[in-house]
Design a protein around this ligand. Structure first.
Ligand SMILES: Nc1ncnc2c1ncn2[C@@H]1O[C@H](COP(=O)(O)OP(=O)(O)O)[C@@H](O)[C@H]1O
Ligand SMILES: N[C@@H](CCC(=O)OP(=O)(O)O)C(=O)O
Length: 367
């Protein structure tokens, strides 16, 4: 498999020592592999690196990952600086410049920010720098957090139009059960969801510094594969093999084709700020005919959203059938509901002749 643009994601468990804190030797070992693949095989590499929270624990006198968000953010603030400093000096051994890119899910589901993120990453690559992406942990609130970098990496791979996503962990692939239990074996290839049936996927790693265990990796692999990007899941030790196309770990074959750009973010990265209730005709228009949602088909709303926020569109049974960016504030909407756009324009002015959610800002969730 010849991949030119590759997103590599490395987890906290592959960058930290058992005692907590950054493991400089492991960072250097990863950097050796990435720098060589980049220069030796002319690859463009984007690194999605976790480890900010883990790296900040020991310097702040914490002996384990705190439960509360505020202390996690404090640790991330200290740790992200240390992490980037380490990467910067380690890559400097090869004359490679790195650029820090911190993203929140809220940023990237909005059109202008999404384009900005793409432009920055693409420009860094064009200028020969190696982007290092992490979630912007210090400002992300619970509502707008990705929470796990596996999913972030899948979305970044889609954003930069990568040919391959490599997920590096402390385990050399997906096993058919928790690898710490005896008798489990590695799955070499996943062609589609049917290959995952009956596989027991655990949610916590043994080290305790990672966040999502295998669950988030499998979910990230599913998102990327469905968006047309193959995924290799292996341990950091085999990173060189994964980058040079040698068989290693678990390969998730692509299951779909590239989808319209920003909509993948809308479906997987955004947290809805509210919901719109649709009548039957509106559900059909949105889901089957891929039309914009007009005020006439909206029967109610939930939540305190503002114009531009992501909201779920619910059918009459309360099931989310689509997600979209709403064009009105929640407080503006009640007097518009059920009325035709023409009537609204006549009574309230031309500014009201608009869709509640435009079809370009809408993604159907279950078809
Ligand atoms: N079916 C499975 N196959 C592989 N690993 C699994 C499985 N179920 C649970 N795990 C656990 O998931 C861990 C990796 O997750 P995590 O610690 O969050 O890693 P990272 O920090 O690299 O994101 C492995 O160390 C392993 O113990
Ligand atoms: N943004 C967080 C990463 C959270 C995360 O997904 O961690 P991991 O499961 O180790 O990939 C950090 O840098 O600590």
């Amino acid at each position: 498999m010849e991949a030119r643009r590759v997103v590599v994601k490395v987890g906290s468990s592959s960058l930290t020592t058992a005692a907590g804190g950054l493991d400089a030797d492991r960072v250097d070992a990863l950097v050796d592999v990435l720098a060589k693949a980049r220069d030796g095989q002319a690859k463009e590499i984007v690194l999605v690196s976790s480890g900010a929270i883990a790296a900040g624990l020991a310097p702040l006198g914490l002996d384990r990952r705190p439960k509360d968000l505020a202390r996690q953010q404090a640790a991330a603030s200290v740790g992200q600086g240390l992490l980037l400093a380490r990467y910067t000096s380690s890559f400097a051994r090869y004359g490679v410049r790195v650029g820090q890119v911190l993203l929140t899910s809220d940023d990237v589901s909005r059109r202008s920010h999404y384009r900005n993120a793409y432009r920055t990453l693409d420009k860094l690559l064009a200028m020969g720098a190696l982007p290092i992406v992490n979630e912007n942990d210090t400002v992300a609130t619970d509502e707008i957090r990705f929470g796990d970098n596996d999913r972030l990496a899948a979305l970044v791979a889609h954003l930069v139009r990568a040919d391959l996503l490599v997920l590096l962990s402390d385990v050399d692939g997906l096993y058919d059960g928790n690898p710490s239990s005896p008798g489990t074996s590695r799955i070499d290839e996943v062609a589609g969801p049917e290959d995952l049936r009956g596989v027991s996927v655990g949610s916590t790693g043994k080290g305790g510094v990672g966040t999502g265990g295998m669950v988030t990796k499998v979910e990230a692999a599913r998102i990327a594969a469905a968006a047309g990007i193959p995924v290799v899941l292996t341990s950091a030790t085999y990173a060189a093999d994964a980058l040079s196309g040698r068989v290693t770990g678990t390969l998730f074959h692509r299951t779909g084709r590239r989808s319209a750009d920003r909509l993948l973010w809308l479906a997987h990265a955004s947290t809805p700020r509210g919901a719109l209730l649709l009548d039957e005709g509106a559900v059909r228009a949105v889901v089957e005919r891929r039309k914009s949602l007009l005020p006439a088909g909206v029967t109610g709303l939930e939540g305190e959203f503002s114009a531009g926020d992501p909201v779920d569109l619910l059918d009459e049974n309360g099931h989310a059938v689509a997600r979209g960016l709403v064009n009105f504030d929640a407080k503006e909407l009640p007097r518009l509901l059920g009325r035709s756009t023409r009537e609204l324009a006549r009574e309230l002015g031309p500014a009201y002749e608009r869709e509640v959610v435009h079809r370009d800002d809408l993604v159907v969730l279950h078809t």
